[in-house]
Design a protein around this ligand. Structure first.
Ligand code: UDP
Length: 264
């Protein structure tokens, strides 16, 4: 797979379908355990148990990474970094390394759940306000028959509870955990939880930070209409419909300026 760097952050040139398939393929590998011919045992078992981590870089996250090397390192270590945002497509095109398509985290999560249902994927929804993950789970059980909800937990706990929550996810039997606590909190939680999620009692194969997607799945937040996404204006509709997002506008402007200043 080809990757590009946008203001130093790696982004993979992957499609929505390709990303969903990669996630499910990883879950299948973990289910089957290490292939016999790839022994010695210890190495291949460890490889099969290694947590696969997605990231969904957008302009804001890229600007955070520029200011915070530890966050930049987290993004760099991702197994799959999908381009979440038209700003990234614009920046990539401008620097002569175009990306095929925008992969919105929310769309990718929907694809994974829909396809995963056919394979009885076991998922954990972690994040959002108390009650939201449960409501998202209830709706998903209805909309995606076959999907197994291994557990849910809200996203309002302190860093001191990270390990405890990681243990809960690890013991749930989930194979896929969607972490919706906003960035960079969600990416940091995944990093802190890695040891537990790779532990002997865990079945978690893939972790995906999903931002506000649990709010969308629960019906509490509406996605921008299709026409807006088609025109690449989803960010504008979100700015207008969620006034709290205005505080993010200066960051988006700084992203545009930084890209314009880059030598091409
Ligand atoms: N959130 C959380 N814990 C926190 C702060 C936020 O679980 O400490 C949740 C919040 O309820 C929302 C999500 O994280 O569901 C963040 O949504 P946002 O719109 O910021 O993310 P985006 O969709 O822009 O990535």
């Amino acid at each position: 797979m080809t990757s590009v760097r946008i203001l130093g952050v790696r982004v993979d040139d992957v499609t929505l379908d390709g990303a969903a398939e990669a996630v499910l393929a990883r879950v299948r590998v973990a289910r089957e355990g290490p292939a016999r011919e790839t022994r010695p045992e210890a190495t291949s078992e460890r490889a099969a148990r290694r947590l696969w981590v997605l990231t969904t870089p957008n302009p804001e996250m890229i600007m955070t990474a520029r200011a915070r090397p530890d966050f930049a390192a987290i993004l760099d270590q991702a197994d799959l970094a999908v381009p979440d945002g038209v700003g990234l497509l614009w920046a990539a095109r401008r620097q002569g390394t175009p990306l095929r398509e925008r992969v919105a985290g929310c769309d990718l999560l929907g694809h994974i759940l829909e396809r995963g249902a056919g394979e009885k994927l076991r998922v954990f929804f972690l994040g959002a306000a108390p009650g939201v993950a449960e409501e998202a789970a209830r709706r998903c059980r209805e909309n995606y028959p076959g999907l197994e909800i291994a557990g849910t937990y809200h996203g309002y706990f302190g860093a001191s509870e990270d390990r405890q929550v990681a243990g809960r996810v690890a013991r749930s039997g989930a194979e896929f955990v969607a972490v919706g606590m906003g960035s960079p909190r969600q990416e940091r939680w995944v990093q802190a939880a890695r040891a537990a999620l790779e532990g002997p009692e865990s079945r978690v194969a893939v972790a995906m930070p999903v931002g506000g997607s649990l709010d969308v799945l629960s019906g509490r937040r509406k996605r921008a209409p299709d026409w807006a996404s088609r025109l690449g204006l989803e960010w504008l509709v979100r700015l207008l419909s969620q006034p709290a997002r205005w505080r993010r506008a200066p960051t988006l402007a700084r992203f545009v300026l930084a890209v314009l200043r880059e030598r091409t």
